[in-house]
Design a protein around this ligand. Structure first.
Ligand SMILES: Cc1cc2nc3c(=O)[nH]c(=O)nc-3n(C[C@H](O)[C@H](O)[C@H](O)COP(=O)(O)OP(=O)(O)OC[C@H]3O[C@@H](n4cnc5c(N)ncnc54)[C@H](O)[C@@H]3O)c2cc1C
Length: 397
């Protein structure tokens, strides 16, 4: 299912695809392994800079910020093309997708000058310091403390799950600056230089991929941060946390929808292979039923995404947006589980390549990686709470 667009919008698509055809790095470059989500390799810097210079990095923004003032429909077309072709816009997605919009929304002119353009041009890499031991879903319970001392904040505490912290230059870090008020009213956002004495990032390995180490614990011990690095007002960091996550979620469903399309194709191909009992995998009626479910989920996700977008364009509220991340991330996970399950013991072989989702990998690796989609930016359980309370109007427990 694809939305029908008018001639002007299709000409926008042609301009984009023409530019991509002429400038996109070769596939072997795009698929080079990277060490973390803040490991911006030289080719990634050059690619993001090329997108910025051509106005294709954030098309909805003005030209001086890497865009072309594209309309919402044009932005939709842009994300369709980038997702369909699996083109990374940045090797530091949290920097481009979460932190740059937050600095644009809340930063002072000096902060925009110092941080926004270098982020957009991939000159600096970021990590996002939100989660702590004891403060993940309940982010407002965070305890990393920042106390004002002259022109500086003194920061003490610990973050965890901080993606790419060991390769990041800067951290957008949420800290407690007031303990006397309700907990979400005492949080501030600080921009912290990762080279500051007293800041220590300790990466730890993941089960998913032994060679890709993204997660970190980050410890702050009397780390001194200039007051000028406060983003937004003091004690007013909570709306920034909410805005940051909204930026992250807005167009995610398109990625999920195209991933499900790819998963369906891969499952169909897998159906032609011999299964554990000697018959073709696709001879099994249950398997065929599961593949059909994946195909239907992909279409349902597209329909729901476009319906939400149409309502947004008509100025109506769109509860679909609350459902898309939940449905998309869980459908992808279910589809990958079908492949791993159908393969039987060979499904545990990490060399057995599965569908190309976000990066290449075995069925097993892709499936394990897919759990990552159901956790950050609000776990599936939290999404269900939101849908129950805010969309369906059920009473809070
Ligand atoms: C791939 C990945 C990348 C990440 N990157 C970052 C990053 O860069 N920076 C960062 O700060 N964090 C990051 N995180 C952390 C992520 O934000 C947290 O894992 C997430 O917010 C959940 O918090 P938690 O792990 O503390 O789990 P908890 O909040 O302790 O939850 C544990 C379980 O309890 C359930 N639960 C909790 N509260 C409720 C409730 N009220 N009702 C029902 N069920 C509930 C949850 O759904 C979950 O199943 C990342 C996580 C992943 C998986």
């Amino acid at each position: 299912m694809r939305l029908q667009y008018g001639p002007a919008e299709e000409s926008f698509r042609r301009e984009l695809t023409g530019w991509l055809d002429a400038n996109l790095p070769p596939a072997e470059v795009l698929s080079r392994p990277k060490l973390s989500s803040a490991d911006i390799q030289p080719w990634g810097r050059a690619w993001q800079r090329a997108l910025f210079d051509a106005g294709w990095l954030v098309p909805g923004w003005p030209p001086e910020l890497g865009g072309r003032n594209a309309s919402p429909v044009e932005q939709m077309i842009y994300f369709e093309e980038m997702s369909r072709r699996q083109i990374p816009r940045s090797l530091n997605p949290q920097g481009l997708g979460i932190i740059a919009p937050s600095i644009r929304d809340y930063g002072t002119p000096a902060q925009q000058e110092q941080f926004l353009l270098p982020t957009l041009r991939a000159e600096i890499a970021w990590c996002l310091g939100m989660s702590e031991p004891g403060a993940g879903s309940d982010l407002a319970s965070l305890r990393t403390r920042a106390v004002i001392d002259g022109d500086e904040f003194v920061v003490n505490g610990q973050k965890v799950w901080t993606s790419g912290a060991h390769h990041a230059d800067w951290c957008l870090c949420f800290v407690r600056t007031n303990t006397e008020v309700p907990k979400h009213k005492g949080i501030s956002a600080l921009i912290i230089d990762m080279k500051t004495p007293g800041v220590e990032a300790r990466p730890f390995p993941e089960l998913t991929e032994p060679d890709f180490m993204d997660f970190n614990e980050v410890f702050f011990t009397d780390a001194r941060v200039p007051r000028a690095n406060l983003l937004g007002e003091i004690d007013a960091g909570w709306p920034i946390t909410q805005g940051s996550l909204a930026h992250e979620r807005a167009m995610l469903w398109i990625d999920y929808a195209f991933s499900l399309d790819r998963a369906t194709e891969a499952l169909i191909e897998l159906g032609a292979e011999p299964g554990a009992n000697g018959h073709r995998i696709g001879d099994d009626a249950v398997y065929r039923d599961q593949v059909a479910t994946t195909a239907i989920d992909a279409q349902a996700l597209m329909c729901m995404g476009y319906r939400g977008f149409s309502k947004f364009m008509a100025g109506k509220s769109a509860p679909e947006h609350s459902l898309l991340k939940l449905f998309g991330s869980e459908s992808v996970q279910n589809a990958l589980a079908v492949g791993v399950d159908a393969l039987g013991p060979p499904g545990l072989d990490r060399n057995r390549l599965g569908p190309q989702m976000w990066r290449e990998g075995a069925w097993l690796t892709q499936w394990m990686r897919s759990f990552g989609g159901t956790i950050p930016g609000g776990t599936s359980e939290i999404q269900r709470n939101i849908i129950a309370e805010r969309v369906l109007g059920l009473p809070r427990r």
